[in-house]
Design a protein around this ligand. Structure first.
Ligand code: GLA
Length: 392
């Protein structure tokens, strides 16, 4: 659902920043929320995210020289950031433009070189640093714009892979494929059941009769590169290397719970064993959750959301007091079907499925108890599942 005000504003800001130009177009790429399957995507496991109707709006036009000029309405105080096609290296000075620059760099790695530069304005309505993938949204938006402006022949799935490649190799976060995939492949009213081992996927309609998806922002900022994200990933890789000495697996996601229980003793470091346990159990939980949804058993889906949070809290250790407070307070409220942290963790948001008649009480009670314990407010958003990137 395109927000016409946002579209108008991004185009107006383009004219303000770069002057009137022929051929300027507006674009949109969504944010995402993951319903279940957390920290499984770099372990060859399953995830179950969906695109949101909030996201990043962009306006762009080609130039006649090699310059690249970027302007963010959200970060208007930093003004226009200028660069060029001859300067595609990450730098602190480039700030947020390291994301679009990384995508241009990654296109070039695939042999898709830009003959000229371009001007681009972005305006997002995903709260920054909320764990709803503002960076993946910006990466896919940039890729989508490049494809449109320069006529490259590349699929949406490729845009996801290019976005991830640029984030891994240009921006230094070893993220998995979930976020970029959810953004690039989003489908209205559907979540995506993705097997990250081979990128096979299936859309699953989300029909929540009498309930809504509510995202609650801890308002604690997180930045994945600063966090323990890369450390968790390395630990899973180390666990995999140990288990591969005796088993023929490509990722922790290849193990059933029974298989893992049989061989887990090989992981003698108790912390490593806990991290691997999460990866294995969470993957199986995700498969079970999608089955429950297909069977119309939303109650069971909700229980698995809770187990997912508990595992991320107790075994994977990526929650923290803010996310735990939101989830634990939510579980106490009648009419809350399920609630868990979503995304990388350490801050960001929870996702909850709440019955319509319980929403008011949910927001009031969780909100008050969060403020009492944490000292500042959480923010609540009722969200809808949107489609992938588009030209507006
Ligand atoms: C971040 C990463 C994803 C995924 C999640 C955790 O959002 O970008 O690839 O690993 O964390 O599930």
């Amino acid at each position: 659902m395109i927000d016409q005000e946002m579209k108008k504003a991004v185009l107006e800001n383009f004219e303000k920043a770069f002057g009137k130009r022929d051929g300027v177009k507006a674009y949109f790429a969504p944010g995402r929320v993951n319903l279940i399957g957390e920290h499984t995507d770099y372990n060859g496991g399953h995830v179950f995210p969906c695109a949101l109707t909030i996201g990043t709006y962009g306006a762009a036009a080609k130039r006649d020289d090699n310059k690249l000029r970027f302007y963010s309405v959200n970060q208007n105080r930093v003004g226009v950031i200028e660069s060029s096609l001859d300067d595609l290296k990450p730098s602190d000075k480039a700030g947020w433009t390291n994301y679009p620059k990384g995508v241009i760099w990654a296109f070039a790695k695939r042999g898709m070189n830009l003959d000229k530069g371009f001007d681009m304005v972005i305006y997002g309505n995903i709260p920054n640093g909320s764990g709803l993938s503002s960076s993946a949204s910006l990466e896919v938006l940039t890729g989508f714009i490049l494809r449109d402006l320069y006529g490259f022949d590349t699929s949406n799935q490729d845009l996801a892979l290019i976005g991830q490649y640029s984030e891994n190799n240009f921006n230094g976060c070893n993220c998995g494929i979930m976020d970029q995939f959810a953004v690039a492949m989003g489908k209205e009213n559907n979540a995506i059941f993705l097997d990250t081992a081979d990128l096979s996927y299936e859309y699953a309609p989300i029909k929540l009769e009498g309930a809504k998806i509510i995202i609650t922002n801890t308002n604690k900022k997180h930045k994945l590169t600063d966090s323990q994200y890369n450390a968790r990933r390395s630990m899973c890789e180390a666990a995999l290397a140990i288990l591969q000495k005796t088993t023929d697996i490509k990722g922790l996601g290849d193990l059933s719970i029974e298989e893992f229980e049989k061989i887990k003793g090989q992981l003698t470091d108790p912390d490593m064993q806990k991290k691997a346990k999460h990866a294995v159990y969470e993957n199986q939980r995700t498969i079970e959750a999608v089955k429950a949804l297909k069977d119309g058993d939303l109650e069971h889906f909700g229980k698995l959301m809770r187990q997912s949070h508990e595992s991320l809290r107790d075994d994977y250790d990526v929650t923290g007091i803010e996310l735990d407070t939101l989830a634990e307070e939510a579980w106490k409220i009648p009419g809350v079907i399920g609630s868990r942290m979503t995304g990388g963790g350490f801050g960001g948001c929870t996702v909850s499925i709440v019955k319509d008649e319980a929403i008011e009480n949910f927001k009031k009670t969780v909100g008050e108890n969060y403020r009492k314990k944490i000292g500042y407010d959480a923010t609540f958003y009722t969200v809808e599942i949107g489609g992938g990137p588009e030209v507006l």
